[in-house]
Write a protein of this length. Sequence first.
Length: 294
Amino acid sequence: MDGGFGGGGFGDYNTSNGGGFMTGEGGGFSSQSPADAGIKRISTVTPVCVKQVKDAQRGDDTSFIVNGVAVDKVALVAVIRNVQQKATRISYNVEDHTGLIDVMQYLSGGDDEEEPQVPEEVAQNREGRYVRIVASIRAGEDDSKRLNAFLITPIDDHNELTYHFLNVVYANLVSSHGILGERKLGLQAGQPRGSQPSQAGMAGQGMGTATNGATAFNNTPMDTGLPRNLQAVLNVIQTEGSASETGVGMSTILDRLRPQGFNEPQIRSAVEELLNEGQVYSTVDDDHFKSTDD
């Protein structure tokens, strides 16, 4: 039995038609270099399946082209088939029934020769467990693809498996028809989706369960798609945290945002949601954060 979901979960999902990226709210597509003229770029987290990652082509910089769009970060839902632990990193081999791929998650400190000291939350990611992964795509010299994970979280609700693949398919529809097609479906950028799949859920599966229509990913400070408290916290982490390897401390975030009318519970709740979304990550301790865009 895989992760308590009866050994299946994905069924015979067909990836022949591809898909797997979303337009960001408030203008998720950004400009491209002359070398990639005609290639759109996505700065949000892109829902994908393993096959799409393995078929991705190199972009002009660190990005990869998925179905004609340059993506920086991707979200994947898969079951762990193998785990190899060292002090500074954990290597996973994961499968989503469209293929197998290696995922690398780096840990803070340590030496490869030392006995692994794995954080408790990371230790939950064991073989046979379904997980949600937010990561960047990397390629070896032979062009084989792997993922460098920012966030790996266990999945306890099997509905999230179906939800993720619906997001991948839906993303393909949006990519095919563009913003106009999205608006024809009544999904105006920046508006709540109600019961329809949100770009937030599609963007990373990192915002709770499939029934949770949270906010959209967009890592640009000028984006207005996020709720005001999340956008304010993200802006501080991006601007203050980029200058230091340890990122920005919670005390600094509080100092910057209290004058703007935010109280401490609102700020801490926003940080927690951004962590769950995979937009930020903790560094030296639980009170220092950096943006995954850095």
